[in-house]
Ligand binder design. Structure first.
Ligand code: AVJ
Length: 324
């Protein structure tokens, strides 16, 4: 085993807007909003891992089962000596399924906004895959410019495959989702994209997935305020806000808010923000697609939608999109 970690070649994406900038700008807007990418500090990433284990949150286990069931076919589509680029890598549990099935995978390039978390999980992965070149990229994948070719990589035998699981694409409004798909396509140098997409379904089931009985999703949502208190010296009272996550059937999306339970004022670095009783702060959208509506969007983004896999209940879908 390579203990020097020389195989790990970190690389930093262009820094986007900071949490502080986003928060100060978002809280003077009407309605108030905070971008959902700021959920994922180390504590938030761990809370999200807990969400993935919840009985109500069908997404993770359904997608994992699809990846396991079709790993051979996926590996064949990715081809030999592939470099897998994962957008928003998280815990790296899903990519292990691909790495185990892939034919002599060459490299793995995980991109994640949570630098500490990424470093931790990549070290574990390095120990388990001694031959794999690892290139963690800390940053916001929406600000990504170009990812250079790895030194020593032979582009004749090795090509890229994107991996964007977990229906993270659902966090973007349809126009932004299409722009992001286009941008990913550009960074794949002609390679394909394997992407997980949550499907439109019974609103009761969707509601339960974002309003779990154990209250983990509420903690995840409120972690934005806990994080602001720790990182920016804000004085949010997280108990003074309610987790609210309704399904907007017309827009095919679950929306998340933190709703102020009383009239209150919060101070962040000398700036004061007033909240009316009942005032919402918008924190996330999670768009749902049909298999057809997603394939249409992918085609408009310049991909050729090829294979698609779904479960018996049609809860979730995994798509293989080819660059064309
Ligand atoms: C990781 C963005 C796919 O939208 O379902 C889970 C995040 N938010 N519970 C989702 C999330 C509330 C999740 N994604």
């Amino acid at each position: 085993m390579d203990t020097s970690l020389a195989r790990i070649q970190p690389c930093t994406a262009v820094p986007g807007e900071s949490f502080a900038e986003n928060l100060l700008a978002g809280l003077v807007r009407t309605p108030k909003e905070i971008a959902c990418k700021y959920f994922y500090d180390a504590a938030g990433s761990r809370l999200f891992e807990q969400i993935c284990e919840l009985p109500e949150y069908y997404q993770t286990r359904t997608e994992m089962a699809l990846l396991n069931r079709h790993a051979g076919e996926i590996a064949a589509l990715m081809g030999e000596s592939v470099e897998i680029l994962e957008f928003g890598a998280g815990s790296l549990r899903k990519v292990r399924i691909l790495l185990d099935a892939a034919q002599n995978p060459y490299a793995y390039t995980p991109l994640d906004i949570s630098g500490d978390y990424l470093q931790e999980v990549v070290r574990t992965l390095a120990a388990d895959y001694p031959a794999l070149v690892l290139r963690p990229v800390v940053g916001d994948f929406t600000c990504l410019l170009e990812i250079p070719d790895l030194p020593g990589r032979n582009s004749k035998i090795s090509r890229r495959a994107g991996f964007f699981p977990g229906s993270t694409i659902g966090n973007f409004k349809p126009d932004a989702a299409m722009a992001l798909l286009r941008q990913m396509r550009a960074s794949l140098n002609g390679g394909g994209l394997l992407i997980g997409v949550d499907l439109v379904k019974d609103p009761v089931r969707l509601h339960a997935a974002y309003n779990d009985a154990a209250g983990i999703t509420a903690l995840f949502n409120k972690n934005l305020m806990v994080r602001a208190n720790h990182e920016l010296g804000a004085d949010f009272d997280p108990d003074g806000f309610a987790h609210y996550a309704p399904y907007n059937a017309g827009a095919h999306r679950v929306e998340m808010y933190l709703v102020s339970l009383r009239r209150q004022s919060v101070t962040i670095g000398g700036a004061h923000f007033d909240f009316a009783a009942g005032e919402p702060v918008h924190t996330e959208d999670s768009h749902k697609y049909t298999i057809e509506s997603f394939r249409e969007m992918a085609a408009r983004a310049g991909f050729n939608p090829r294979a698609v896999w779904t479960d018996e209940e049609r809860l979730f879908s995994v798509h293989w999109l080819e660059s064309r």
